[in-house]
Design a protein. Structure first.
Length: 230
């Protein structure tokens, strides 16, 4: 499945990124692709939408990397997730995804748990904006935006190195390299049907994976995250 990247003007772009990674058996979220998968029946709940601009901190989102969550799958790298005032789509702050690609490998993300008020499957719609200067036609620019949803947050992300550096259960929802090479904010979307845990909680994750080699910190900025359950 491919996801459309949308530029600031709102016009649809060409499909971005490679085919989405298969969802592992441990992942509770199911990516919805019209005509490809039959979505399980979802609970009848009052739709709830949450928007985050990171003006007052992470707002309940927990920053993580593959280096500090579970057993590291990549060679050591000093990538990090931090707050920044360098760029913002709304307001004056955003999340700085500081990606170090020396080892051509890495996963950076944020988790947040939501109480959806039911234990039956619900529909998740996630939207996030990421600032990138990467071009899809030059060196670099092949890093990807990823997302995940399940009853619990990821405790030990696992990468299948022999499968194009795919992180199991983390679908690629768009490339950070864009054909026109124009630096700017681009929107990425993810939809899933998710079964909550026994307390009615769902963990949503958003971030990026490193699949390009660069021996320095490259900054990507994440802002204006919208989460809707219905």
């Amino acid at each position: 499945m491919r996801i459309l990247g949308i530029d600031l003007s709102g016009a649809a772009r060409a499909p971005l990124g490679r085919a989405c990674a298969r969802v592992g058996a441990a992942a509770a979220g199911v990516v919805i692709a019209a005509g490809l998968l039959q979505a399980p029946a979802v609970a009848r709940i009052t739709p709830a939408t949450y928007t985050y601009g990171y003006e007052t901190g992470f707002q309940g989102w927990v920053p993580k990397t593959d280096q500090n969550t579970g057993t590291p799958e990549c060679s050591p790298h000093d990538s990090a997730v931090a707050l920044s005032g360098a760029k913002a789509r709304d307001g004056v702050r955003s999340v700085d995804l500081q990606a170090h690609g020396e080892n051509d490998c890495g996963l950076l993300w944020l988790d947040r748990t939501f109480n959806v008020g039911t234990t039956a499957p619900v529909r998740l719609d996630l939207s996030l904006w990421v600032w990138t200067a990467d071009s899809s036609v030059g060196p670099g620019g092949v890093n990807d935006v990823v997302a995940r949803a399940g009853a619990a947050c990821e405790t030990d992300p696992y990468q299948e190195v022999d499968r194009e550096q795919t992180w199991i259960g983390w679908p690629e929802i768009g490339s950070l390299g864009h054909g026109d090479g124009i630096p700017g904010w681009y929107e990425y979307r993810y939809q899933a049907t998710v079964t909550p845990d026994s307390s009615g909680r769902v963990c949503v994750s958003q971030g990026m994976q490193i699949v390009s080699t660069f021996a320095f910190i490259k900054h990507y900025y994440l802002d204006t995250t919208t989460v809707t359950f219905s």
